[in-house]
Write a protein that binds this ligand. Structure first.
Ligand SMILES: Nc1ncnc2c1ncn2[C@@H]1O[C@H](COP(=O)(O)OP(=O)(O)O)[C@@H](O)[C@H]1O
Ligand SMILES: [Mg+2]
Length: 238
């Protein structure tokens, strides 16, 4: 059994089905991208894996345990951490307090543990330490995304799921966000990266899945997908 195993899930909003018989696997230590245009079902898939939505059929298991019937807090407890699209920070709280909120599970809690993890997050994202006493709303978009990722890391993820971390950022910040993701992976965290930035995300991934209208249209090693004729024309514009 894989580290994360999603088998044949169907997901709907009311009567409208948006994910169809979708299966995917992630092995421990991998970086896997899910790419797809707007509305293809990427965020719905992540919300279903993290227990914020229920699949109507199919199964999801994480480290050998079924999770598709677990409440979101138990899924967090198991080590599966979701950094949602659009950052979702507490804008009137400081950077530091936003980070500390991430440490809200039994693996991450406790004064000593929080201090240790915080030091690691600041080492990875030094900018956050400089800004730690600033309110989140006073940060730039790129800095806010760093806080969202840092908050995810504070939870001691075994698998970190990132929903479009590069969305709305200037090219130079996009580069730095992807470099951060690479560093997180190099430090041993398994990463599921959902992105519309196909080139950057596949470039740092081991494997990828292409989601189109709620179905996996294509999957394979990232290097193979980057050279695939359909991906080149539909997503890379070459
Ligand atoms: N809360 C919602 N209620 C109803 N339909 C939704 C909701 N959220 C998303 N959808 C629909 O589900 C489909 C997939 O959306 P989403 O998962 O957000 O795609 P992506 O993240 O790839 O842009 C879209 O057709 C979208 O309109
Ligand atoms: Mg989305």
């Amino acid at each position: 059994m894989s580290f994360l195993d999603v088998r044949n899930i169907d997901v709907s909003y009311g009567d409208v089905q948006v994910i169809f018989d979708l299966s995917l696997k992630i092995e421990e230590g991998e970086v896997v991208s899910i790419i797809g245009g707007n509305g293809s079902g990427k965020s719905t898939l992540l919300r279903t894996i993290s227990g914020l939505m229920q699949a109507e059929s199919g199964e999801i298991s994480f480290i050998g345990k079924p999770i598709h019937k677990m409440p979101p807090e138990d899924i967090v407890e198991a080590g599966l951490i979701h950094v949602p699209e659009g950052r979702r920070l507490f804008s009137l709280m400081t950077v530091l307090d936003n980070l500390i909120i991430g440490a809200h599970n039994s693996r991450a809690r406790g004064k000593a543990k929080v201090a240790e993890t915080l030091a690691k997050v600041y080492e990875l994202l030094p900018r956050l330490q400089e800004r730690q006493n600033q309110m989140a709303l006073t940060l730039s978009g790129g800095e806010q995304q760093m806080v969202a990722i840092g908050r995810g890391l504070m939870a001691q993820p075994k698998l970190l799921m990132l929903d479009e971390p590069s969305l709305g950022l200037a090219p130079i910040l996009i580069k730095s966000i992807f470099e951060t993701v690479r560093k997180i992976a190099n430090q041993g965290t398994t990463v599921l990266l959902v992105e519309q930035d196909v080139k950057h995300s596949l470039s740092l991934s081991d494997r990828g899945y292409v989601l189109e209208h709620g179905r996996i249209a294509l999957e394979g090693p990232a290097s193979q997908l980057l050279n695939d004729p359909h991906i080149k024309t539909a997503y890379l514009g070459i």
